[in-house]
Design a protein around this ligand. Structure first.
Ligand code: ZN
Length: 244
């Protein structure tokens, strides 16, 4: 079975919604519900893994009720919330009790760094702290092992992968777009970013990794990778902020 890991962030109507609205990554509740409808209509919904990065408050206020309504967990769909340890309890982000609520509802909890700093830019000691502290923070909240992790900003390679394994993580995700077909980013599993502008048709094409949707996702990823290499991560972030 070729699995597809879908990457969401916040679920927001607009900038006035609770949480941190992002013009590129915030998906509206209506669209999100349509995506879930589409997944539940599939012959094998369990090939989709729905993931959320960062830990926006809308993960519990908006995404969770929609996920529960659709009954996807009972049909074998896995859902993972990758939560940045240092963001917990900040305004607009999940609180400790919310993380517990998600876990108690049967959702998986994964780590997403402590500071959301890019791991590949860090010296070994800082990298190890990020990996260890984010895992321990979440485990302390849910009283359960956390062995999944997603790379902040999708930035990382072989060094980060090896260190994550050494720290006790087993299930590791990057953000190179594509199905989980054995082609990884230095060991990190592929994921597909679900962005705001995807209507039902475009979402279906992307989730099925069909034709132009797949080519466009790869192209967009590649186009953003080049300035990233040339500019370095800090300057690239400023460029991306200007562009979006
Ligand atoms: Zn993130």
């Amino acid at each position: 079975m070729r699995r597809m890991h879908l990457m969401y962030h916040g679920i927001h109507d607009d900038a006035s919604s609770q949480g941190h609205f992002d013009p590129v990554y915030s998906v509206s509740p209506k669209r999100f519900a349509q995506h879930l409808d589409w997944i539940s209509e599939q012959e094998r919904p369990e090939r989709f893994h729905i993931t959320f990065d960062d830990g926006d408050i809308s993960n519990v206020t908006t995404a969770l009720p929609l996920l529960v309504d659709h009954g996807l967990l009972a049909r074998g769909v896995r859902v993972t919330f990758f939560i940045t340890g240092g963001f917990i309890d900040r305004p607009g982000m999940l609180r400790r009790a919310d993380v517990r609520t998600l876990a108690e509802a049967g959702m998986h909890i994964g780590a997403h760094g402590m500071s959301h700093g890019f791991l590949e830019d860090m010296d070994l000691e800082s990298l190890r702290c990020e990996l260890r502290d984010s895992k321990a923070t979440l485990e302390d909240i849910i009283h359960h092992e956390v062995d999944a992790m997603a790379l902040p900003g999708g930035r990382g390679g072989a060094r980060e992968f090896e260190e994550a394994l050494a720290c006790g993580y087993r299930d590791l995700y990057g953000s190179r777009p594509g199905p989980d077909d054995g082609h990884t980013q230095a060991g990190w599993r592929n994921r597909v970013a679900v962005t705001r502008q995807l209507d039902e048709t475009k979402f279906a094409a992307l989730a099925n990794w069909n034709g132009s949707a797949a080519r466009w996702a790869r192209l967009r990823h590649g186009a953003l990778a080049l300035p990233k290499r040339v500019l370095g991560n800090a300057r690239y972030q400023r460029l991306r902020a200007v562009l979006t």
